[in-house]
Design a protein around this ligand. Structure first.
Ligand code: ATP
Length: 297
């Protein structure tokens, strides 16, 4: 078992629904950004949410992670140790802490001016604060705090190694090349020991080699940590290559759900991407992939 697997993980358990989204609806005035969306995301599985621009993907993430309060809907996280938690009822800041939902953003958000290693220690702030009893215990060198601090450094070094950034530990995070910043964001999210990892376009701006490294990293996280991963992604080589399940949105509505093979053969999906008149905005690799696989199914 990997050294930092969640307590309930590491077994050969069958995938079960970690997250259940029921009738999620998000309105902004007259605009319905997400319209009655329901799906489940398994534990120890990768679930991709795809769809054309403006389909409502990020809005779903924002509802799950407490940035928005849904207009309607139930978001149940079956936490392996805490039981069912209703995310739509929780205050946003408690969702990462209590529910163990971690997130990365479309635009990289690291702490510039801090080293790569420090970025990973800061991610464990909550645990360290608990260990210090929210007091001066840390400064006074209380044993419990010192042990928690050593563990935090060990965990940070583990994830640095996993994302291939050990040699960059002392670099200013802001000076990392873009692809490495993206990997550091994932390492930082993993340092918070999530049960659900939400990644918003992690492959954006990556070259093909970096994308395939990302695929390997995410498959490794799924298989070793046994956590759920939710993925918003436009890069079809990533989506089709690693997803256990895909949910497709279009104009806020859910138009398909299933395994990659089913989804890319689904006429509604092909239509949403290609449009009735072959939408020219479609990235060529998406058009090729969907047209080829949809056509041959
Ligand atoms: N805070 C907001 N206020 C008003 N409208 C919003 C807000 N957030 C999102 N929207 C609108 O909701 C719709 C869905 O946006 P969203 O960002 O969720 O789409 P997306 O599928 O993530 O798109 P992309 O792939 O381009 O990131 C869009 O029409 C967007 O303009």
């Amino acid at each position: 078992m990997p050294p930092f697997a969640p307590a309930a993980g590491g077994g050969n358990e069958q995938p079960t629904a970690l997250l259940k989204v029921e009738h999620l609806t998000m309105r902004f005035g007259g605009l319905v950004a997400v319209d009655d969306v329901s799906f489940e995301a398994p534990n120890a599985g990768i679930t991709a949410i795809i769809g054309p621009n403006g389909a409502g993907k990020t809005t779903v993430f924002n509802c799950l992670t407490g940035f928005y309060k849904p207009s309607v809907g139930r978001l149940t996280l079956s936490h392996p140790r805490r039981g069912p938690l209703y995310l739509e009822r929780m205050e946003g800041f408690r969702i990462p802490q209590v529910a163990g939902v971690a997130r990365t953003f479309q635009n990289v958000r690291l702490f510039g001016g801090m080293s790569v290693l420090e970025n990973l220690i800061v991610a464990q702030h909550n645990e360290l604060m608990h260990a210090s009893f929210f007091s001066l215990a840390g400064l006074l060198g209380l044993g419990r705090y010192r042990r928690a601090e050593a563990k935090a450094v060990e965990r940070a070094r583990y994830w640095l190694d996993r994302v291939g950034l050990t040699a960059r530990a002392d670099w200013d995070a802001a000076n990392l090349p873009y692809g490495e910043q993206r990997r550091l964001e994932i390492a930082r999210a993993m340092c918070s020991q999530p049960v659900l990892l939400c990644l918003d376009e992690p492959a954006a701006g990556l070259n093909p080699r970096e994308s395939s490294d990302l695929n390997r990293l995410l498959i490794g996280i799924r298989d070793e940590q046994r956590i759920g991963i939710l993925l918003i992604e436009h890069d079809m080589s990533v989506v089709m290559g690693i997803s256990d399940k895909i949910v497709v949105l279009d104009h806020g509505r859910q138009i398909a759900e299933g395994e990659p093979r089913q989804v890319r053969a689904d006429p509604a999906v092909i239509r949403a991407y290609l449009g009735e008149d072959e939408n020219e905005d479609l990235p060529p690799e998406v058009a090729r992939d969907l047209a080829r696989d949809g056509g041959s199914a």
